[in-house]
Design a protein around this ligand. Sequence first.
Ligand code: 5GP
Ligand code: ZN
Length: 115
Amino acid sequence: MTDQCIFCRITGGQSPARVRYQDDQVVVIEDLAPQAPHHLLIIPRRHISTVLDLTGEDSRLVGHVYQVAGKLARELGFAEKGFRVVVNCNRDGGQTVWHLHFHLLAGRRLRWPPG
Ligand code: 5GP
Ligand code: ZN
């Protein structure tokens, strides 16, 4: 937990966000600047800066993140049509918040390759 990190502040309840799901490992919020009709951020509660900082001990956490993505996709009704889970890493990956998070995007046909 770092006071300067916006996602630590949100997962810790010190900054407001539209929370769609939470459990002991992750908090899922609506993105402030949605890039699709559904744009959620699955944020691990523990501060991990980038995907490069994951270790073997985080395997369960990462698996849990994808289970939560599937659960939300079914509950929100876009599982069958499809969706995308994206992690941006560092500058060329487009990362702007240095607390690991997984974008869950759905509700429109997503282009490939991404821009
Ligand atoms: P990144 O660019 O690091 O992959 O993704 C960061 C995402 O967090 C962006 O899509 C941005 O819109 C979102 N974001 C940044 N600050 C906030 C915030 O304070 N609240 C919410 N809900 N989303 C945020
Ligand atoms: Zn953080």
